[in-house]
Design a protein around this ligand. Structure first.
Ligand code: PBG
Length: 325
């Protein structure tokens, strides 16, 4: 006995050439963005234990690494700074001699506009309490006082040459505040990336080590509850209304439904951030020989693109770009 089905989807899977021809999702280096860390006081790169393969850079090594990223053809870099000293208001974030602003100037001087240089606009790396904003008298994160700090930070970063500001702090009204401040200072071409749907995630664990976070407690009073899909949409719409040039969903792999909603509703590009924990999990499993590293990396990024991301922030951006060439 045998069946002869009429519909045979397997026809389109017969050879590598056929599969390539019918592939629905293709990766390209231009839609990859590399997050990078620069640490004040370093003279050489220093590996991050929880993120094997990723290092803290000195200003000089960052410069070179960004030039290499440009040569690899990736779309952009997102810079994070780690200062030697922190205080309650995150002074280092708005100081033109603060590490992130110094590094941004150095990088832009090196690569010009061969690659889009973006900077993280958030206070958590710069505050001694580790929160993304300043605190009120009771120790709660003060939304509106934080917006004033973000305005100053935006001008410091735009003046340093950042072309796109990554607003990752999840304060209400942050996109509108930063857009207004940039325009008031004539920075009409500095773009705003709104981390619209950013969830309070355990997958940021390795990043917190990477930025030597001093956080006590958690960020649940400003980042989204992992179970909330509708609220993710609300945040996306608010950021778009406030003038975000690009919106982001973060983390990526556990939030593919939110990403798919965002792709369906957004008139601006939607990006996704494959965060440190997603990176560390695959690296750890691969190091143990439990999964095929390259295939797992490619599949993870293809899945994020398939769900609707126009571009992906991933710590594998340069390595992946090399495989794609
Ligand atoms: C906050 C920020 C975080 C990440 C990027 N920006 C983490 C947090 O909210 O603690 C996480 C990135 C990652 O895990 O790769 N400024």
């Amino acid at each position: 006995m045998s069946e002869t089905p009429r519909d045979r989807p397997r026809r389109l899977r017969t050879t590598p050439a056929m599969r390539r021809l019918v592939a629905e999702t293709r990766l390209h280096p231009a839609e990859l963005i590399l997050p990078m860390f620069v640490r004040e006081g370093l003279t050489a790169p220093s590996p991050i234990g929880s993120m094997p393969g990723v290092s803290h850079h000195s200003v000089d090594s960052l410069r070179r690494a960004v030039a290499e990223a440009a040569e690899a053809g990736i779309g952009g870099v997102m810079l994070f700074g780690i200062p030697t000293s922190k205080d309650a208001v995150g002074s280092g974030a708005t100081d033109e001699n603060g590490i992130l602003n110094v590094a941004t100037r150095a990088v832009v001087e090196e690569v010009g506009d061969a690659i889009v240089v973006q900077t993280d606009l958030c206070l958590d790396e710069f505050t001694d309490h580790g929160h993304c904003g300043v605190l009120d008298a009771r120790g709660a994160v003060d939304n509106d006082a934080t917006l004033l700090r973000y305005r100053d930070m935006a001008i410091a970063q735009a003046s340093a040459g950042s072309q796109m500001l990554g607003l990752s702090g999840m304060m209400d009204g942050q996109v509108a505040a930063v857009r207004e401040e940039l325009d008031d200072h004539g920075f009409f071409d500095t773009a705003v990336l709104g981390y619209a749907a950013k969830y309070a995630s355990a997958f940021y664990g390795p990043f917190r080590e990477a930025v030597q976070s001093s956080l006590q407690g958690d960020r649940r009073s400003y980042q989204l509850d992992p179970g909330n899909r509708r609220e993710g949409t609300r945040e996306l719409l608010l950021d778009i209304e406030q003038g975000a040039d690009v919106v982001m969903v973060k983390p990526a792999m556990s939030y593919l439904d939110v990403l798919s909603d965002a792709a369906a509703l957004s008139p601006v590009p939607v990006w996704a951030y494959q965060v440190s924990g997603e990176y560390a999990m695959i690296e750890a499993a691969a190091a143990n020989g439990w999964i095929d590293r390259r295939r797992a990396i490619e599949e993870s990024v293809v899945g994020i693109r398939r769900a609707g991301a126009d571009a992906v922030l991933t710590y594998w951006a340069v390595e992946l770009a090399g495989w794609l060439r």
